[in-house]
Design a protein around this ligand. Structure first.
Ligand code: GLY
Ligand code: MN
Ligand code: MN
Length: 408
């Protein structure tokens, strides 16, 4: 941050539902990343060049009270917040406007977070945007700039502590998968499988799913964002499950495809192994220095080869293809990898070379609507200088292992 620059980061709102109901609270990932406070109505101010030392980092919190303690439980006290965050200047949020008058008389540039995710969709006004509107009206002659570039850089390289949280999330997801391998059989409902995962997640101190789970049997697996999860799993079908728990707000994101009756048919195995081959090769391609756009093109070629082998597309289709819409996209419509971390589709540096410490999913898939068959396989990995750490390396993946665990 340059001299005179001050960053201000707000927590998220508790989002309302109906009547006096509300959604479970989900902290703003930038705020959580920077100070670890998982509480609503919190504001973090970072002003490294402030003259007064006590103004260089300030945390504002909702004032707790005996009334709040009775109804909601204890919120952070000033003392607890200092201990949790290491920030000395902790104040009640009621004093924010007053303190701002002093800070803004010294600051020249105000850095504000903004949701710059390439696929964001935000029909409501977030607390962050409300704040941004307020401060720019209150102090119109200051310079305002984006905090997002710094946050994306920081958050895309995972620290050891973050990797540990993510590994824990993957381990709990593994426990969920092992549980359902014993549970799935013809006649079981997709939502019953979802419940088994949830049971395993909660008992391991995860707060639950990191995203809406996809439990899709038969043709449903070809609906890429199928989340109804309300159909019966039928004998002979493949069941695709895209599920992951979160732990300490860090996401895991796994996909597995298993035969409902415990045994793959020859064709199912063929398609499964094609996807598995692409996944294994793709993981090896994610190296420091690689550009994600080039990586995605290479994975497209790997997939093309497999689809030709499966008889789904021909060499002629490839020869005649529109380069903007390659032939393989008929059966593999989505990207192979995304950043993962505090958010399942985490922020990251999409247009710069991959670096050690970045965390990605690798998730190729083949969806054959005419065969009621959809297979996607997805692991989460950390890129290292020499190779990678597969956070899901212990989660059963090979056909033989899945069949034998299902038949136990
Ligand atoms: N589960 C979301 C994804 O795989 O990207
Ligand atoms: Mn997924
Ligand atoms: Mn994913």
């Amino acid at each position: 941050m340059e001299d005179g620059a001050m960053a201000i980061i707000n927590s998220n709102d508790i989002m309302p539902t109906n009547a006096d109901g509300s959604m479970p609270f989900r902290q703003n990932s930038d705020l959580l990343y920077l100070c670890g406070v998982d509480q609503e109505e919190s504001i973090l101010v970072i002003f490294p060049s402030a003259h007064d030392k006590s103004h260089r980092e300030i945390l504002f919190l909702k004032e707790t009270s005996p009334e709040i303690a009775i109804w909601e439980g204890e919120k952070l006290s000033i003392k607890d917040a200092r201990k949790l965050t290491g920030i000395e200047s902790v104040r009640w949020v009621d004093s924010f406007d007053t303190v701002m008058k002093t800070l803004m008389s010294e600051a020249e540039i105000v850095l504000l977070p903004s949701n710059e995710h390439t696929r964001r969709s935000i029909p409501t006004e977030t607390r962050e945007e409300r704040f941004s509107r307020w401060i720019r009206k209150e102090y119109p002659l200051h310079r305002y700039d984006r905090l997002a570039p710094q946050m994306h850089r920081l958050r895309s390289i995972k620290s050891l502590e973050e990797i540990e949280q993510m590994q824990r999330a993957c381990k709990i997801t593994e426990d969920g998968f092992r549980r359902i391998l014993k549970f799935v059989k013809p006649g079981v409902m997709e939502y019953e499988i979802q419940a088994e995962y949830m049971h395993e997640f909660l008992r391991n101190r995860s707060r639950g799913f990191a995203y809406e789970p996809i439990i899709a049997s038969g043709f449903n697996a070809c609906v890429l964002h199928y989340i109804s999860n309300n159909q019966e799993c039928k004998d002979g079908d493949i069941l695709l499950m895209d599920v992951g728990c979160e732990y300490g707000n860090y996401a895991s994101d796994m996909t597995r495809a298993i035969p409902v009756n415990g045994k793959f048919t020859t064709r199912q195995k063929e398609v499964y192994n094609a996807v598995l081959h692409v996944m294994k090769e793709a993981i090896k391609l994610l190296r420091p220095g690689v550009f994600l756009a080039d990586y995605h093109k290479k994975v497209g070629l790997l997939m093309e080869e497999q689809l030709i082998g499966l008889g789904l597309i021909s060499a002629k289709d490839v020869e005649n293809q529109n380069p903007a819409m390659p032939a393989y996209k008929k059966y593999f419509m989505h990207g192979t990898s995304h950043f993962i971390g505090l958010d399942v589709h985490d922020v990251g540096l999409w247009n710069q070379p991959v670096e050690a410490g970045m965390a990605f999913t690798v998730e190729p898939g083949i969806y054959i609507r005419e065969e009621n068959l959809g297979i996607r396989l997805e692991n989460d990995i950390i890129v290292t200088e020499e190779g990678y750490i597969d956070l899901m390396k212990d989660i059963p993946l090979d056909v033989e292992e899945i069949e034998s665990l299902m038949q136990e």
